[in-house]
Design a protein around this ligand. Sequence first.
Ligand code: ASP
Ligand code: MG
Length: 405
Amino acid sequence: MALIVQKYGGTSVGSVDRILNVAQRIKKTCEAGNQVVAVVSAMGGVTDKLIGLANEINQNPAERELDVLLATGEQQSIALVSMALHSLGIDAVSCTGRQAGVVTIGSHTKGKIDKIEANYVKDNLNAGRVVIVAGFQGVREDGLIHTLGRGGSDLSAIAIAHAVGADLCQILTDVDGVYTCDPRVVKDAKKINTISYDEMLELASSGAKVMQSRSVEFASKYGVVFEVRSSLNDNPGTIVCAENDSMETVVIRGVSIERNQARITVTGIPDKPGNSAQIFTALSEAEVNVDMIVSNNTHEGLARHSFTVSDSDLAKALASIQGLLPDISSEAEVLTEAGMAKLSVVGIGMKSHSGVAAKMFDVLGKAGINIGLITTSEIKISVSLDAAKADLAANVIHEAFDLKS
Ligand code: ASP
Ligand code: MG
C-alpha cells in the first residue's frame, strides 16, 4: 500500500463536474490499494474574486483580514470534494490548514511553512479515511490564519507530502506535464519524462510557469520527488527529482521564452567603485525588477551597463536612471529598447557538453536573428532578442538540438 499526496489546482476543482471528476480520481487511487491525501486549491477564479471584493470594500484592506477572507476559498473546496467522495461511498474528511497542523511564520499574505504537525491527518489515514487538506493556508503560532502567497497550494502539497512521508506526490493540473517548449509556440514540443529540480527552476524563472518556484525549491531542499500531470486524463506526467548521471546525456532539456522585456543601456559611466551600486540601488528603490545584466568597460575609463526589465517597468526604470545621470557624469547617457523577449535554453547536460552556446548562436545567426544580451548560468544560456523573432528562435533551436525526439 502506498501513501499518495495528490494536489488539485483551481482549474481541476473549477466546477461541480470537475469536483466530481476529482472525487472519481481519488476513488480510483484508493481502490488501487493506496492511502490518499488530497490537497486542494480554491475553485478557479475564487481567490481573484475574493481579492476583488475586498478591494471594492476597502482600497487598502488589512492583510490580517485578507488572510481570513482568502482562506475561505480553499475551505469551500475541501468540504465540496469531501462531500463528493461521500456520495461515491468513500470515507473522507476535510482538514483546514490548522487541522492539518500547518504552522506558518512571516507576515500576513506571505506566510512561510515552518513545520507541519500532521498527527490529525495521520490518525485519519490510519482510520482508513481519505484526507482532503486545504492548500494555501496555515496558522501562525499565535493562532492567526495565514495564507502562503498566490499559487501557494503547490507548496502546501509538497510540504504535506514531506510531513506524512508520502511515497508519491502528484501535482494534478490542467497541463500534461512539463514540455520541451510551449506547445503553442513549437508544435512538436514533447513532454519531458524526467527533469531535475534545478532545470525545473531555471525553466520557471525563464517564463515556463507550470508551478510556483518556491514549492520546487522546497521539494529540492527536502528531496520530495513529485510528478506534474493532468487531472483530466490518465497520461503519465513529468517526474521532478534530484539530478542523476543519466540526465546529463541530454544536452538541453527545454527552451523557454519570456516576453514583454525591455533593454536599458547606460553608457559613459566613469569606471570607479560605487557607480554600479548607485544605478541598481535607484532601480531597486523604484521597485524595478532587473533581470539580465551585462557590463563592459569600453574605453577611456568609461563603462557601459545593459540590463533587461519587464516592459511594464520601463518608464519607471528610465525615470529613476535619468534622475541620476547628472550625478554620475556629464557623458552618461541612457538608451532603451522595448519589445524584446528573453529566450533561454536549459539543461544540466551543459555541464558536460561543450559547444552549446556556439551551436545556439550559430543557429540563431543562420535564421537571421540578432542577439542582444547574453547571460549564462551553469545550466542555462539566455539571450535577449526582438520579441517578434522569439517564436522563430524557439523553433529553430528546438529543431537544432533535436528536442522532439
Ligand atoms: N487559491 C490560491 C491562489 O489562487 C492558491 C492556489 O491556487 O494555489 O493563488
Ligand atoms: Mg492555483
